[in-house]
Design a protein around this ligand. Structure first.
Ligand SMILES: [Zn+2]
Ligand SMILES: [Zn+2]
Length: 429
């Protein structure tokens, strides 16, 4: 039978088996952020298009080619391509900057970009991110990088490398842009077509072009760190000092510029070589001008976005451990209607105690029920027939070794038995 509908290119389904891994990674990310006093915000998937053109930047690939934009009524609406703009909008709309600063937020959002799908890269993808508002000191940069560092370590991704750079501020950026232009203007014959267009409006973009010819040129290009004003230089030195003190291993890479326009001073990436070519699994930095750009008061801010699709892929390719999938604590088989009702009521009570319990709901034969219990890898099983119902007890079998125990057919006795089994399991482990 031919499939009538397929998922849209660049999107995919996360199935059981995979979804538990996702939940694990999301939990580790949120809980790690919480150890830094960062709390979760949930924002809408759609925003006014202008929010993204203003913040992400008119000249970026994201805005020029990749956004999912549609008209509804008289409004132009866009599916968010990243999480920062919406978070800043929400912070301003809900007057959150009026509270004690710094304000620190985390989020897990699906984002949408119409670019070329490849390994670990989808048109609908999931980002974990944090944003921190109201702190201009390098301590904040060190903390934000620390959150990402801790999450990756907790997930077991020890060989992901941290690269940092400073791309200056509105005071020193113009002189750096000028130096870049001067450098590239004598070499335009070696630039790709896109970079030729970028040269006038946004020369910084040329540094992270993936074309071979452009990369060769970028390697010899002027470095932003040589053009920093005193304030930016002090800030960058302060950050490095703190990262050293925190024991974080990093490398200064003068060619990290990030793909979005709003960054100032610190930019950083965590890079993995576990999914083919070098891939960024987390990127972020400082964006001191963005809140103001979006209509708020001048507020220094910074954050990062972590691509969870890629993180999962890197974890799998690195042989990282995931928690074991949930198991069924008890399968209660039954023969006959009264027995089935007994199984159902027992299961209901035990689930309320937090156990995972299955019983027959489709009228299988006892033999088929046992096969099913086996397939669900139940830790224990029992069968309620007329004898068991009459005597008010059943034989519960521990599936791992066949050990059998008589247990009364009451929720109390059953849960006592299952608790004891769990305690034994933990003691053994
Ligand atoms: Zn500066
Ligand atoms: Zn190029």
């Amino acid at each position: 039978m031919a499939l009538k509908y397929r998922s849209i290119r660049g999107t995919r389904d996360i199935l059981p088996g995979q979804s538990e891994k996702w939940r694990y990674v999301e939990r580790v990310a949120l809980e790690t952020a919480a150890t830094y006093g960062i709390r979760q915000i949930r924002i809408p998937t759609i925003e006014k298009t202008e929010l993204f053109t203003r913040s992400v930047g008119e000249t970026t690939d994201v805005v020029q080619k990749e956004m999912y934009t549609f008209e509804k009524g008289r409004e132009s609406i866009t599916l968010r391509p990243e999480g920062t703009a919406g978070t800043v909008r929400a912070v301003l709309e809900n007057s959150m900057l009026a509270d004690t600063l710094p304000l620190k937020l985390s989020y897990i959002v699906s984002c949408f970009r119409h670019d070329n799908p490849q390994a670990g890269r989808y048109r609908e993808f999931t980002q974990f991110g944090i944003e921190c508002f109201g702190n201009s000191l390098p301590t904040a940069d060190a903390e934000v990088i620390g959150v990402a560092y801790d999450i990756l370590s907790r997930l077991g991704l020890s060989d992901v490398s941290l690269e940092i750079n400073s791309i200056g501020c509105p005071k020193c950026r113009p002189s750096y842009n000028q130096a870049l232009k001067a450098y590239y203007e004598n070499r335009t014959d070696k630039l790709c077509k896109t970079c030729l267009e970028r040269l006038e409006r946004n020369p910084l973009r040329l540094l992270d072009c993936k074309e071979e010819g452009c990369q060769a040129l970028a390697a010899q290009a002027p470095k932003s760190t040589d053009y920093l004003c005193e304030e930016c230089d002090d800030h960058f030195e302060g950050l490095k000092k703190r990262l050293d003190a925190m024991g974080f291993v990093y490398r200064v890479n003068p060619f990290i510029v990030r793909g979005l326009d709003y960054y100032t001073k610190t930019v950083f990436e965590f890079i993995s070589d576990k999914i083919g070519a070098q891939a960024t699994v987390c990127g972020g930095g400082r964006y001191d001008g963005l809140v103001e750009e979006l209509g708020g008061p001048h507020t220094p801010a910074l954050g990062f976005g972590m691509g969870l699709d890629r993180i999962l892929l890197v974890m799998e390719n690195s042989g990282c451990q995931f928690p074991a999938p949930p198991i069924c604590d008890l399968y209660i088989g039954s023969m006959g209607e009264e027995e089935n009702i007994k199984a159902l009521t027992l299961a209901t009570h035990l689930r309320r105690e937090g156990f995972t319990v299955l019983c027959d709901t489709v009228g299988r034969s006892v033999k088929a029920q046992m096969r099913y219990a086996d397939k669900q890898s139940s830790a224990h099983s029992c069968i309620i027939g007329s004898n068991e119902l009459g005597q008010g007890k059943a034989t519960v079998k521990r599936m791992a070794d066949g050990n059998q125990t008589e247990v009364a057919l009451t929720a109390e006795a059953m849960s006592q038995y299952l608790y004891a089994e769990k305690a034994e399991e933990i003691a053994e482990a």
